[in-house]
Write a protein that binds this ligand. Structure first.
Ligand SMILES: [Mn+2]
Length: 226
């Protein structure tokens, strides 16, 4: 895997923290998006593969268009989660973004925050904040490189979706050469740009399909009557 970030001391510390502990809670922010879910699910998959006891928690439900992400059905709501000693907040600029999951954060012995918002309140014990990164997924890519040295196709897919959604498909002003370097590495590891794009942006959820179908039938019925 290719190194992207220049300053990695903080991530080496977090890598050691994961290696030397067990019992983790990963927290996504309220109203979850592709970056908080993709980044946390990537860490979840990586940690599971290395035999760690880990849970992933979010106050709100996973949006339908992100339910194709590996492990997304394992995301717990805060009242179904147990208090663990180690908490990692992912893509959360301030403590309010944790929502009801703050209970798990407050009960932890060790807290870590991994984020790319310039406004990050540095509320954890270890704060790894890179405002020049387009997405938290960029930072997590580097953490996966340091911790595992390799990346599975499932983990790559999670991170690719984080990168794609936070950059508006690589179109926003936050998109840098580093963003493309990470995207390139992720595609090389098995992420599929076309499938990811189709599933996130072009798929009509079943609930909406049913609704459209009902509207269409009603319209036919009304016009047939006249
Ligand atoms: Mn983000």
């Amino acid at each position: 895997m290719m190194q992207i970030l220049k300053k990695t001391e903080g991530l080496e510390k977090i890598s050691d923290f994961i290696r030397n502990n067990d019992g983790f809670t990963l927290i996504c922010h309220v109203a979850p998006d592709g970056d908080t879910l993709g980044s946390a699910l990537a860490l979840y998959g990586m940690m599971k593969m290395h035999g760690k006891r880990v849970q992933i928690v979010c106050q709100d439900r996973v949006p339908q268009n992100l339910l194709f992400l590996p492990w997304s059905h394992e995301v717990l709501c805060p009242d179904k989660a147990v208090c663990e000693d180690n908490v990692i907040a992912v893509d959360c600029a301030d403590i309010g973004r944790l929502g009801k999951a703050v209970r798990l954060f407050d009960a932890a012995k060790n807290t870590v925050s991994i984020d790319h918002h310039g406004t990050n309140g540095m509320y954890a014990m270890l704060n790894e904040v890179h405002p020049h990164c387009a997405a938290t997924a960029e930072i997590v890519y580097e953490l996966v490189r340091i911790f595992a040295g390799n990346i599975s196709a499932d983990v790559a897919t999670c991170l690719y979706v984080g990168l794609m959604t936070d950059t508006g498909s690589f179109a926003f002003g936050n998109t840098t050469a580093d963003t493309f370097a990470v995207a390139s590495a992720l595609v090389r590891s098995g992420a599929n740009p076309c499938t990811s794009n189709t599933l996130v942006y072009r798929t009509v959820p079943l609930s909406r399909q049913n609704c459209l179908q009902r509207l269409f039938r009603a319209w036919i019925y009304m016009t047939a009557e006249g």
